[in-house]
Write a protein that binds this ligand. Sequence first.
Ligand code: F6P
Length: 363
Amino acid sequence: MTIQRIGVMTSGGDAPGMNPAVRAVVRMASSLGLEVMGVERGFQGLMESAFKRLTVRDIGGLLSRGGTILQSARSEEFKTITGQRKAIHNLNAAAIDGLVIIGGNGTHQGAYELSRHGFPIVTIPSTIDNDLCFTDMTLGVDTALNTVLDAIDKIRDTASSLKRAFLIETMGRDSGYLALMSGIAGGAEVIVIPEAPMTLAQILEGIQAQYTLGKPHSIIVVAEGHRPSTQEIYEYLHAREQELGFTVRMTILGHIQRGGRPTAYERLLATRLAVAAVQNLHAGNYGVMVGLVGNKTQLTDLAQVATCHKKVDLDLYAMANMLEFGRAKTIPTPLPTPTASRRANFGEMRPKTTKEELPPEAF
Ligand code: F6P
């Protein structure tokens, strides 16, 4: 099948990097002589034929813009077979031969369904949660991390000035990635993630251990998906301020993590993934996601991506605890023991991998 006209759409939660990816899709397609149709509002737009022609003149200024000019949506109707058939019908009617879909976990389930109907699809992973398998990074993560770090640095100023313990909640419904990485990079005293849940008493103990070390503040980064929730942790600690030695405050960062100017890393990643997506679609390699593994773009079948949920690296969690509690008498959480294979990768470059070589447990 010859691909002459492709569609590009963004779906699910917006993420910085989506616009630079749309830009690179249009530019790459144009240099291959392909026409591009933008699909507005994700799967919803597919079902409503919300298509518009995109040329290189329509994509100026996108490298530095957050959000998505194509807009996005979360669609329930598309989960039904009727919704999917409507989408295929509309794509065929608009003479669109293939589609680049940019989005996160939910989006990949939808993209897999569409590709099972035989429609040529290549996807680009994009979510600030970084919880898609078969890619080291997803679009949006680097910018979101920098936003969280900026907040941690600023909040620490107040925390130290007033001897406070601050709970800072990051996004991540099912993933502790943003909390863990920002906690490490921001020097948080305690990191609380759903993949290694802590009890209220353990969190209290962690803060007390830091107080005993003479710290003038305590920063506790909590992932949105942790249970007990940030609010419950706050209420528990607030009622025990005397015992703690710190007064307690809470900041929920919320959607400021999803917006903003894409970082340099983000723009480069978006451009590389988008170029590879268009090249592969054009070459007839579809039904795949383009990820970044070991700093190389890599294709993985959508069937594998759609059925996998990436967990945070617990070795990094153990490392963070080691750094914070190495001097303390007590360590509030059991430190996960690195497995032999993980230990081999601790602090080393990941070996170069190919699609065939990747064992599922590598993620
Ligand atoms: O999946 C990205 C994400 O930002 C999650 O971290 C968060 O839980 C969720 O989306 C929020 O979704 P919404 O913007 O629809 O409230």
